[in-house]
Design a protein. Structure first.
Length: 51
């Protein structure tokens, strides 16, 4: 089972029983980067639909 958790400045990614924990600023950078990609992809999809 895959899971991604972000809480209290710690990013935890688990896949099939193997977990990787990232703490501090690097976790914030990763989460912000993923959120930015999701927003940009959503805007691109909206623009594509309007054409």
């Amino acid at each position: 089972m895959n899971s991604i958790n972000f809480s209290k400045g710690e990013l935890s990614v688990c896949r099939k029983g193997n977990c990787v924990n990232v703490r501090g600023n690097m976790a914030k950078v990763i989460v912000f980067g993923i959120a930015t990609l999701v927003v940009v992809k959503g805007i691109a999809a909206l623009l594509e639909q309007s054409n």
